[in-house]
Design a protein around this ligand. Structure first.
Ligand SMILES: O=P(O)(O)OC[C@H]1O[C@](O)(CO)[C@@H](O)[C@@H]1O
Length: 526
């Protein structure tokens, strides 16, 4: 049995607060710093390593974090998740996204079906459909092959699949598994749909309407936008559109689609990349085998999250250090900084994953918590970020913990040697330099040129962005966020905070406004 307690009621948390603070500038200097880099590292799946040498921890703090993990029952709570207990108490739902990529615990039967079987069945149906599209067995009305796939969806029905598509596009081209170009329409801004429609050949495009609820205003509006465009081009929309939704949604039984693939209520939107939500577009774009490799990578990382040895569990330790930074050291934000152009949109996905999951001020029982929860998440790929917001990170008044991700090899392989080094070497040199610059700083008599240092970071280092590694990386962050939610005793799997704005927007559109809402509606000419 697990017990859900607030972080500040745990004795081990009070002990953690008493642990001596680590002076990172001193800890990372000289031979001691070198030793930390060698020792403070945990192997991850698919050749990754999580290195936390430049975090503000030492053996003493780590010991306190291990005790906190035990008292907060992090392993037991993860077990409750993958064994199908109703841990999303706000919505009275199980949380089964791990099961879309493998079986970690016991079989879970819900709604009269074995859930693992259900997810695999959907994957097989998608694989079959994608193979038929690629083989020209499913075509447009003129019998011609579809060349482009366009996903229509928003939030979790957009960000994860889009980030993964972009991460693998060049890899797939290089490895001859690129089947169809993918585009994405998400924003209700008409310029989003119009620009995508202007950039494609609609007659050879297959649209994937993705909405778990089947009720999201932006997605349904964009569906109509696209259907209009298809009609105007003299095409039958139902021959160009498939749906990915939950079996209980209004879209599930519609005849408007060529095919429908399902997830269910136990897969949260932001955790849905490994379900049919990511499966459809990624299998169409790169082939089902590539999607299967992505799932394999995610499953391998999930298995590591089960490790009860905290110091060998990368997700658990990452989560614990993050809570230490937030609740003991008082840092307000975390920057995610992938040194890889392929991970261009990964920070945007992590923003939803983390902030929609852990941006809560009440605990699992609806009581106000008296400690900070989820940090502000932001990020950009390096080295672009260096020439943008790193000034504040190095010399600003706030300390922002950093989460670097780096790869030894590029994806495309085309490179150039300038002044004795390749571009890839320059990229990697920058990330190494940044870690040390942030941690150690540099004294200068000129205050303006002085770097105080003491700015903590971790780095996940891998070989290359591939389907397996992107799967492992995604699972790492999903599980980190989950463990942090356990520590804060909040429900990371609902998102009531997005409702109020939706309700008020509906009132504006129905002209049922008064006060400030009416004034703003008038100012915006609605
Ligand atoms: O897939 P749906 O139901 O259209 O929802 C889209 C997104 O809207 C939200 O419910 C709220 O923003 C997200 O959690 C979700 O990912």
């Amino acid at each position: 049995m697990v017990t859900w307690n607030n972080l500040d009621t745990l004795a081990s948390f009070q002990d953690l607060k008493k642990a001596d603070r680590v002076n990172l500038v001193e800890a990372m200097a000289g031979e001691n710093g070198a030793k930390r880099v060698k020792n403070y590292t945990i192997p991850m799946a698919e050749g990754f390593a999580f290195n936390y040498a430049a975090k503000q921890v030492d053996d003493n703090v780590l010991e306190a974090l291990v005790k906190l993990a035990k008292e907060a029952q992090l392993s037991e709570k993860f077990k409750a998740v993958y064994n199908g207990e109703v841990v999303n108490t706000g919505e009275n739902r199980r949380v089964l996204h791990h099961m879309t990529r493998g079986q970690l615990g016991q079989a879970v039967e819900a709604d009269g079906v074995d859930k693992r079987k259900f997810y695999v069945e959907q994957q097989e149906r998608i694989a079959d459909f994608a193979n038929k599209v690629h083989a020209g067995e499913i075509t447009n009305a003129a019998g011609e092959k579809f060349t482009t796939v366009v996903q229509i969806g928003i939030g979790g029905s957009d960000l994860g699949p889009r980030a993964i598509y972009l991460a693998l596009e060049n890899w797939a081209k290089k490895n001859n598994t690129f089947k169809m170009e993918a585009k994405f329409i998400s924003n209700v801004d008409p310029d989003d749909a119009a620009a995508v429609l202007n950039s494609i050949d609609v007659a050879h495009s297959l649209f994937v309407l993705v909405s778990k609820s089947g009720t999201t205003l932006e997605t349904l509006t964009n569906e109509s936008f696209v259907k209009d465009a298809l009609k105007n081009a003299g095409l039958d929309a139902s021959k160009h559109m498939i749906a990915v939704t939950s079996e209980t949604s209004p879209l599930a039984k519609s005849d408007d689609y060529l095919a429908a693939f399902f997830m269910d209520d136990y897969i949260g939107g932001r955790y849905s990349s490994s379900s049919a939500v990511g499966g459809a577009v990624l299998s169409l774009a790169f082939g089902p085998e590539v999607f299967a490799q992505f799932l394999e990578g995610a499953h391998e990382e999930d298995k590591l999250s089960m490790n009860e040895d905290v110091l060998q569990n990368p997700e658990m330790l990452d989560a614990l250090i993050g809570v230490y930074e937030r609740n003991v050291l008082g840092y307000p934000a975390t920057a995610v900084l992938p040194y890889s152009q392929a991970l261009n949109r990964f920070p945007a996905h992590l923003q939803q994953l983390d902030m929609e999951s852990n941006g809560k001020c009440v605990n699992r029982f609806g009581e106000r918590v008296s400690y900070p929860t989820g940090p502000i998440i932001f990020g950009e790929p390096g080295t672009n970020g260096q020439h943008s917001f790193y000034q504040l990170l190095h010399q600003g008044t706030d300390i922002v913990p950093l989460q670097f991700v780096g790869f030894k090899n590029s994806q495309i392989g085309t490179d150039v040697v300038i002044q004795g080094s390749t571009s890839q070497q320059k990229l990697c040199a920058n990330v190494a330099a940044q870690i040390v610059a942030f941690a150690c700083g540099k004294s200068d008599e000129n205050r303006n040129k002085n770097f105080e240092g003491g700015r903590p970071s971790s780095i996940i280092i891998g070989d290359q962005v591939t389907p397996k590694t992107i799967g492992a990386l995604l699972a790492h962050f999903e599980n980190k966020v989950m463990f942090q939610g356990f520590l804060w005793n909040i429900n990371s799997f609902d998102q009531e905070g997005v409702q109020l704005g939706k309700v008020l927007a509906k009132r504006v559109l129905a002209h049922e406004t008064d006060g400030a809402l009416k004034e703003f509606s008038d100012l915006l000419n609605i």
